[in-house]
Each structure stands twice: as C-alpha cells, then as structure tokens.
Design a protein around this ligand. Structure first.
Ligand SMILES: Cc1ncc(COP(=O)(O)O)c(C=O)c1O
Length: 379
C-alpha cells in the first residue's frame, strides 16, 4: 500500500524513548523542558508550553484569552472539527467564516464583512471575543490582513498552526503572529510525539496562565506547590518529549523532502484536469498534506475514486471537513449547503495524495497514473 503518511521514526528516536522510559522519570521533567526550548528557538518566540495534543492547546488558548459561555468566536469553515469543537467546549458559539478558493484559508474579506455585521449590533458586539484562523494543510493564512481586521476591534487572534510547524509568511514563522499559536505532533504532522501539542506566545502573563491551566492550576513560579486556579491535566509525558527532541533534529530535512515531493507532484499534474495546491505569493508551504482539487464533474464520485485507488494499493483521503455541515454543527445551528459556497465546493472536490519522506518517485508516478486513469473512467 502506498500510504498517505508515514512518520519518520528512526533508531535515534527509539533509543531516546527507551532511555527515558528506563530513567523512570516519565512526567514533568527535563525532556519536556528541552523540547519546549528547541521549539522556542526554532519558531523564534518567547514562550512554548507543551501540552498533550493540539485540541488541548486550542482549548487552553481560548480559556486563556477569556472565552466563556455565551461568547462568539470567529473561525474558518474548513478544518478538522477540533478547531470548532473547542469553542463549543468553552460554552461559546462558533461564527464560521468562508475560505479562499485557492489557498483554502480563512478569507479576510469574509472575516471583515462578518465582523462588521456582528459589531454593528450591541448584543453580538459584546460577545465577540476571538478570531481563530487555521493554517490549512501547512500553508499560512493571510495573517497581516487578519490581524489588521482584528486590531480594528481589539480582538486577539489564535493561530491554529496544527499542520504548520516551519511554515512562514513574508519570512515570519507560523505561531509568532497572533496572541497565541497552537501546534500538533500527531503522526500525520511533519514531526510527531504520537499525541502531542504546543502553544506559542510572546505574552508573559498568558504563558503563566497556560502553564497553570495545563497542570491542575498549579502556580508555575511558586517554589512549593500552590494552586491558583482550577486547571486540567493536559501535560505531555517525558517519553513523548524525548521523541519530540530527536524529531526536531530532522524537521528541516522532513520539510525539504515534502517540498520536493510536492514540487514533483505539481509537475506531474501540470497537464491534467486536477488542480495542484496553490501557494500564495508571500507563503512558504510545508505541505503537511498535499491536497488537490478534482474537476467539478468528479466531485459526486470522489468516494468511489478513493475506494478504487485503495483497491489498487493507493491510500488517499478527503481534504478536511466542512465543519458547519458536519452533523453536530448542522443540526445545532441549521447550516445548509449554500451558506458557505467556497467551502461547499472545496469540500466536495478536494483529495489528499500520499506525501511523506519515504515516498519514492516511482510511487508518485503510480499515484498520478492511477488517479488520471480512474478519473477518465469515472467522468
Ligand atoms: C487544523 C487542526 N487543528 C487541530 C487539530 C487537532 O490536533 P490534535 O490531534 O493534536 O488534537 C488538527 C488535527 O489534525 C488539525 O488538523
């Protein structure tokens, strides 16, 4: 099977995890601190708070900026459901913003229109608390435009950078633009700790609050344990962090391999009806996923196409989710097709192709060959 994703786990990773397990120190020790330091240096940010996964990172970030029951959070339509779930889990309500057809990221113009509408009404204006764009598939959203709109209304921005470690916009790293940035180390990301996540911030007070929130509310600066707020246990373990440390050593290598694989796919698709990913001019994409757009006529048989490719030994998948049209959000808020027309089209036509460090040129040729043949048969 040509797999969609394979994490880059090598002997040094296994040794690091084994060594940590043998040490008997499994939580809250030197490995977590080292992993945080490596991320901090790589991303170029004042604080990194490692947590158990990116869903936990997003949840704590919303709480840290003060999102509470009844509040409104502006969020992109097209993402993994965790991005919107955490808003609900704070008792708040997502206000979905449609995406750009080329980059699949939050459309700043739609954000401006939605915010202007909410802010024109006193009742909704006082409930709007945060903007949550996603750096979709490893390409950054247009953060200068989003921040300019956020600043008009003094709103904090939380970057969902789950897929975007190492991605940049105008040379500046994901996770350094908003008040907070949230990363994932799930096995489908560039580097993995199994499950794992991290929050970035340049704000000392937010970092202090986040460190307490991830650890039962314990004061991170007190010499003796003291509990200053109700908190969670959202900690990363030492053996996960040990894996994170060795994974960080190969992050640049992994990103380079993904970029060259993506470039090769782009070339193979050049004369086909399948649209390769579009990279915005100031963006440096890290291709957490290589997501193409199928021709419109192929959208109704996309699931068959995925099955046909699977039966030929090729693992593909949909892009990500149209969150407002998943059963929970659709039934809770009554969303319908047509409410977010760009997300409708992108959701129906997107297909993720295999991309990882071990993918060979021959395997890439096979993927494109079978995709093209099946499309010709289906459409
Ligand atoms: C955009 C986005 N946000 C959040 C998450 C949740 O990350 P985690 O699985 O680390 O909780 C994911 C996971 O795939 C994601 O793609």
């Amino acid at each position: 099977m040509i797999r969609l994703a394979i994490p880059s786990i090598e002997a040094q990773d296994l040794e690091a995890v084994r060594g940590t397990l043998e040490s008997g120190f499994l939580v809250q020790g030197a490995r977590v601190a080292e992993f945080e330091r490596l991320l901090q240096e790589y991303i170029g940010v004042r604080h990194v708070i490692a947590v158990s996964n990116c869903t936990a990172a997003l949840h704590l970030s919303l709480l840290a900026v003060g999102v509470r029951a009844g509040d409104l959070a502006l969020v992109t339509t097209y993402s993994y459901v965790a991005t919107a779930n955490v808003i609900e889990l704070c008792g708040a309500e997502p206000v979905f913003v449609d995406i750009e057809p080329d980059t699949f990221n939050m459309n700043p113009e739609c954000l401006a229109v939605t915010l202007a509408r909410l802010m024109a009404n006193d009742e909704t204006a006082r409930r709007v608390k945060v903007i949550l764009p996603v750096h979709t598939f490893g390409q950054m959203a247009d953060m200068p435009a989003i921040l300019e709109i956020a600043n008009r209304y003094h709103l904090p921005v939380i970057e969902d950078a789950a897929c975007a470690l190492g991605a940049r916009w105008q040379g500046r790293q994901a996770g350094t633009w908003g008040a907070l940035g949230c990363f994932s180390f799930h096995p489908r990301k560039a580097i993995t700790t199994g499950e794992g996540g991290a929050i970035t911030t340049n704000d000392d007070a937010l970092a202090h609050k986040l460190r307490a929130l991830r650890n039962h509310g314990q004061d991170p600066d007190a010499s003796a344990p003291d509990f200053i707020m109700p908190g969670f246990n959202y900690r990363l373990t030492e053996f996960q962090a040990a894996l994170g440390v060795t994974q960080m050593e190969k992050l640049d290598r992994i990103i380079a391999a993904r970029r060259s694989g993506a470039e090769r796919y782009d070339g193979l698709l050049a004369n086909s009806p399948v649209r390769p990913p579009v990279v915005a001019n100031p963006a440096e994409h890290v291709y957490q996923s290589y997501v193409v757009l199928l021709p419109e006529a192929a959208a109704p048989m996309r699931q068959d196409l995925i099955q046909q490719l699977r039966s030929r030994g090729i693992e593909t998948n949909i892009g990500t989710w149209h969150m407002p049209l998943t059963t929970f959000f659709r039934t809770r808020y009554g969303f319908r097709p047509g409410d977010f027309p760009v997300a409708d089209a992108v959701f129906a036509r997107s297909l993720t192709l295999p991309l990882h460090e071990a993918l060979t040129e021959g395997e890439q040729d096979t993927v494109i060959e079978h995709l093209t043949v099946q499309l010709r048969r289906n459409v």
